[in-house]
Design a protein around this ligand. Structure first.
Ligand SMILES: NC(=O)c1ccc[n+]([C@@H]2O[C@H](COP(=O)([O-])OP(=O)(O)OC[C@H]3O[C@@H](n4cnc5c(N)ncnc54)[C@H](O)[C@@H]3O)[C@@H](O)[C@H]2O)c1
Ligand SMILES: O=C(O)CC[C@@H](O)C(=O)O
Length: 321
């Protein structure tokens, strides 16, 4: 009986994906810890497995080596695969797959949620009203503001759609120019320097790559408007957190909405404790709907691999730092 190890906490909510795996004759091993597994735990659980379905667990070379004799696929439940050592997987001949498009709408909705929450001070007012207060903090509108999108791929494009509906003007930075974004939403492609200087909101949607890791740092923050708000639903590694902390504390920029951190949970509460920062615990794709889509697509990849079929959404190029 083929064995699949399914680690994402919310995977077990998807009856359809579970049923698919059972119908395909899999023995399914669930992660019942309610947290990503540590390397030593992963090494134990992966032994003898045919497929691994992983969320944000660190799938290191050692983990892959422990699974290599039997492992036929590492199926990422999501799209950002910087937690998987793709170089080691390539070396060991284990395909790595992702679920493109499955989390897109949920992450875009969260980016907008964070933009609105920071602009309208929702968390502070919520706590205030609950405590019996009535502090009516003045906010700002998204309408007529400039949104700078760094990484205009699947998620970036869904953010653009929504931002335009809020009457925002959109500028973007990406190596690949999408003519449909220009034609349909009036997106203007600019250099990174222009994007930093012109944006009222900057939203990050690029993967963690050697050229994006640390891109939001002292120098780039210094180029931004004092009224700028930074949104990061991509990866924490894109930001030098100490530099962001200093920029937010000193008024160099006005606020931030952060779903992702260098270390999760964050190593210190410095940034998350600031009054002009709204945070969430890496939940961009953590909705019922995205969960169903990611679980189904990852289960399909596991089944394909065990049946000796080629993966549908393989990734070969490492994105790790
Ligand atoms: N918060 C969450 O829960 C969550 C969920 C899903 C994805 N993500 C993150 O969002 C990222 C984007 O996801 P997607 O589905 O839109 O991926 P995608 O591949 O469709 O889009 C990524 C875009 O980034 C661009 N890019 C690459 N290098 C760049 C650079 N140096 N500067 C600017 N742009 C660059 C690519 O050309 C592409 O257009 C993922 O890599 C992942 O890290 C986070
Ligand atoms: O597995 C998760 O919970 C999040 C994954 C998400 O960040 C992604 O990159 O798709």
């Amino acid at each position: 009986m083929p064995k699949v190890v399914a680690l994402p906490r919310s995977f077990s909510r998807s009856e359809e994906a579970k049923e698919m795996l059972l119908q395909a004759g899999f023995e399914v091993i669930w992660n019942t810890e309610g947290r990503p597994l540590k390397e030593a735990e992963l090494i134990e659980v992966i032994k003898g497995a045919d497929a691994l379905i992983t969320g944000i667990d660190e799938v290191t070379a050692k983990v892959l080596e422990a699974g290599a004799p039997t492992l036929k696929v590492v199926a990422k439940y999501g799209v950002g695969y910087d937690n998987i050592d793709v170089e080691a997987a390539n070396r060991l001949g284990i395909p790595v797959t992702i679920t493109p498009g499955a989390p897109t709408r949920s992450v875009a909705e969260l980016a907008l949620t964070l933009m609105l929450s920071v602009s309208r001070h929702i968390p502070q007012m919520n706590v205030g009203v609950r405590d019996g207060g009535w502090n009516r903090i003045t906010g700002t509108e998204l309408g007529d503001k400039v949104l700078g999108v760094v990484g205009l791929g699947a998620i970036g494009a869904e953010v653009v759609k929504r931002a335009v509906a809020f009457d925002m003007k959109v500028i973007a930075y990406d190596a690949f120019v999408r003519q449909d974004m220009i034609d349909k939403y009036g997106v203007q492609y600019v250099t990174l320097e222009e994007l930093y200087a012109q944006s009222d909101y900057i939203t990050l949607h690029a993967p963690a790559l050697p050229e994006t890791v640390g891109m939001i740092n002292k120098e780039s923050l210094a180029q931004m408007k004092k009224s700028a708000i930074l949104i990061n639903t991509a990866r924490g590694d894109l930001v030098v957190e100490q530099d962001l902390y200093e920029a937010l504390s000193s008024g160099q920029i006005a606020g931030a909405g952060l779903d992702t951190f260098v270390q999760e949970p964050p190593a210190t509460l410095d940034i998350v404790g600031l009054p002009n920062v709204v945070t969430s615990p890496h939940v961009g794709s953590n909705t019922v709907e995205a969960g169903y889509r990611m679980a189904k697509m990852a289960a399909e990849e596991a089944i394909r691999a065990v049946n000796g079929e080629a993966p549908k959404f393989p990734v070969k190029v490492p994105v790790n730092k």
